[in-house]
Design a protein around this ligand. Structure first.
Ligand SMILES: [Zn+2]
Ligand SMILES: [Zn+2]
Length: 261
């Protein structure tokens, strides 16, 4: 298999994103007993589309699932927009075979994204398609770099890391008649879509590190501007403490010090 290794220079923005992914995974290890990591960062496997004859265990999957991969790629290539009637804004998208599946096959250049209405209109003979075949491949370049960098770095840190793709997740979800939510997709990624949920989930929220105060305009005698920060503790509380108020829980998201003048 052709694997790009990005050990060299990466744009700071990409490095940053990679770092954030790794940090999130590290944080999850602090609260949950993680024994296996499966990451899904791309909707489809471009290598597999480019080299359909590729062999290897991870490539031995049914024709049906292969089509799901190509389908996700075609949706991406067509910008998740209908290519039927001009400037169509239909949102329920189908992937249409330009020549029948039997004669034209499932290669991307035989497929085009149409909305449900345009698709029906075409098959009813009410719409003509202006199709140029032989569209070139459009690489999912950015996600490609991210995917390999995150994956390779994770493998260096953790013992049990593998990768999956969005089309597999989607196929698992739909095959099992499950709803499209993030939590359910996470279960589908693990390969145990029907596992019983605990009924709650963890939500990670990015919060600021410093205790900024809103009012900083006052300039003290001597020209000193007041510190742009509240002290760490106010009335014994610090930012993001979990507090019980009445009979519900909340978090401290801001403090205000009232000064007596
Ligand atoms: Zn069709
Ligand atoms: Zn349309």
């Amino acid at each position: 298999m052709y694997v790009r290794k990005h050990r060299g220079w990466l744009a700071p923005s990409i490095k940053n994103k990679i770092h954030r992914h790794l940090k999130t995974i590290k944080d999850i290890h602090k609260i949950l007993p993680v024994s296996k990591i499966i990451i899904e960062t791309a909707a489809f496997d471009i290598q597999k589309i480019k080299n359909p004859d590729i062999s290897g265990t991870e490539y031995q999957q049914g024709e049906q699932l292969n089509f799901w991969n190509v389908r996700e790629y075609v949706l991406f290539r067509d910008d998740h927009k209908c290519h039927g009637k001009k400037n169509c804004t239909g949102t329920i998208l189908n992937v249409h075979h330009i020549e029948s599946r039997k004669t034209g096959g499932n290669a991307p250049n035989n497929l085009i994204t149409l909305c449900k209405d345009c698709h029906n209109a075409y098959h009813d003979g009410r719409l003509k398609l202006d199709i140029r075949r032989g569209q070139s491949f459009r690489d999912e370049a950015f996600m490609g770099i991210m995917r390999w960098a995150v994956y390779n770095q994770l493998k260096e840190i953790y013992p049990n890391v593998s990768m999956t793709y969005g089309y597999i997740t989607k196929n698992t979800r739909i095959r099992n008649g499950l709803e499209n939510t993030r939590c359910i997709d996470a279960r589908c990624i693990t390969g145990h879509p029907m596992v019983k949920s605990l009924g709650y989930y963890y939500n990670q929220k990015a919060v600021r590190r410093h205790n900024r105060q809103i009012h900083k305009a006052t300039i003290n005698r001597g020209g000193y501007r007041k510190l742009n920060q509240a002290p760490k503790y106010v009335f014994g509380f610090q930012l993001f403490d979990k507090v019980l108020l009445g009979d519900s829980y909340g978090f401290i998201f801001g403090r205000r010090i009232v000064e007596a003048i």
